[in-house]
Design a protein around this ligand. Structure first.
Ligand code: IPE
Ligand code: IPE
Ligand code: MG
Length: 249
């Protein structure tokens, strides 16, 4: 048993910032929206590849809590794309054994979108081949703030004192607590930043950045990231020698 997954060459959980849709479209003199639409095709490809490779969890950053700052028209086209994609893809995902889940603040979404999300989660909840987590209106700081609020409530109720609060008490209160932490993070689009994605959960994740724009990201590019991952030595604070010993044990 290896709770940290530091000896397996295949990640259990991959988390992706799907960036570069807009630039992909603009470089073809197309509206940014076309890039988002093409990005959905990449999602389909990567989901299928993860099923084939027996990856257990795939978390995709689809819309950040800061993306509301974009022009109204783009935000509204992205929301429409969520609705259309859910309508079209959920049955297929269900058939392929995918369990769909959403993390992020849903209250900001239209009633229609919230209903589709709830239905998708309900319809696919028995599936276990791949957990597909969509981060929508998600922010890592929002996530940690939620956890802090929950713990503050427990302090107020007299169940806990502030001195009892440890990382082990915070971890179960952030998103994805019931899943293994991401082993591999991928960001397309050439930026080397986290952009308020999973902050708590990425503490020991291997971070992979590629210049490829998300609509151009294909299975071979996932393979390249997986190969890179397989060559990492995950130490979790220990020495390289300790890790080698553990591997031999
Ligand atoms: C990522 O692509 C998709 C979302 C943030 C919704 P972008 O739209 O950020 O693409 P670039 O970074 O502008 O190229
Ligand atoms: C991160 O991409 C969010 C998603 C991919 C959904 P952004 O394009 O919003 O990130 P910044 O603004 O360049 O940091
Ligand atoms: Mg971007």
């Amino acid at each position: 048993m290896d709770p940290d997954n530091n000896t397996a060459s295949l990640p259990r959980h991959i988390a992706i910032i799907m960036d570069g849709n807009g630039r992909w479209a603009r470089s073809r003199l197309l509206p940014r929206y076309v890039g988002h639409r093409e990005g959905v095709k990449s999602v389909r490809r990567v989901v299928e590849a993860c099923i084939d490779k027996q990856i257990k969890v795939l978390t995709l950053f689809a819309f950040s809590s800061e993306n509301w700052r974009r022009p109204d028209e783009e935000v509204s086209l992205i929301m429409d794309l969520f609705v259309q994609t859910l309508k079209k893809e959920v049955a297929v995902l269900d058939r392929n054994g995918v369990r769909l889940r959403f993390i992020g603040e849903r209250a900001a979404f239209s009633e229609k979108l919230r209903r589709l999300i709830a239905e998708a989660e309900r319809e696919t909840r028995e599936n276990s081949k791949l957990e597909l987590v969509i981060a929508a209106n998600y922010g890592g700081q929002w996530d940690i703030t939620q956890a802090v609020k929950t713990l503050a409530g427990r302090v107020e109720a007299g169940e806990l004192s502030p001195g009892d609060i440890t990382p082990e008490l915070i971890t179960p209160e952030v998103a994805l607590a019931d899943l293994p932490a991401p082993d591999l993070f991928i960001r397309t689009g050439g930026e080397s930043r986290i952009s308020n994605f999973l902050l708590w959960q990425l503490a020991y994740t291997e971070l992979y950045f590629t210049d490829l724009l998300w609509p151009a990201f294909a299975e071979k590019d996932l393979d390249a990231a997986l190969l890179w991952y397989a060559n990492r030595q995950r130490r979790f604070g220990r020495t390289g020698e300790q890790v080698e010993q553990q591997k031999g044990a």
